[in-house]
Design a protein around this ligand. Structure first.
Ligand SMILES: [Fe+2]
Length: 157
């Protein structure tokens, strides 16, 4: 572990860095999956979904950067190469042959809900370790991706 401006003890920072890196791996994997959906979506809802998926990708890219930088601020390293992510992500692989608009919506909704559940695990750890700033960051991402999951679920109902 490296020096950090954060006052938490090293043991706590190490646990948080590990959890943040797990969320970074999931988040980078999810970003590629959203882009695959953005590129391959076809059907009557194309005009709405193609740009909607891009807004998800843009939001997630910004959050991935913040999660990585939080890990480094806490004295760790951010692990994010494609090969590392392929081994570390807990996300189910995206069926890349999918084209049907509402099938992409369903696949992304499932993945956003799993992502939010994992973010809550990291938030609970941050609460336990007394890291309010990581709690706040996780809350921002949870709020955004719960809303995005709702956009998708609303399209299916
Ligand atoms: Fe595009």
């Amino acid at each position: 572990m490296y020096r950090s401006p954060n006052p938490l003890v090293e043991k706590s920072r190490l646990k948080l860095v590990e959890s943040l890196n797990a969320r970074l791996a999931d988040g980078l994997d999810r970003w590629t999956q959203i882009k695959v959906a953005h590129w391959n979506v076809k059907g009557p809802h194309f005009a709405a979904l193609h740009p909607l998926f891009e807004t998800f990708a843009v939001a997630l890219a910004a959050f991935n950067d913040q999660v990585a930088e939080r890990a480094v601020t806490l004295g760790g390293l951010a692990q994010g190469t494609a090969r590392h992510v392929a081994q570390a992500s807990r996300l189910a692989e995206y069926p890349q042959q999918t084209t049907r608009d509402l099938e992409h919506v369903r696949l992304l909704a499932e993945r956003f809900e799993a992502y939010v559940a994992a973010l809550r695990e990291t938030r609970a750890l941050a609460e336990k370790e007394g890291d309010t700033d990581t709690v706040d960051l996780m809350t921002q991402v949870v709020t955004e991706f719960e809303k995005n999951a709702w956009f998708l679920r609303a399209s299916l109902e």
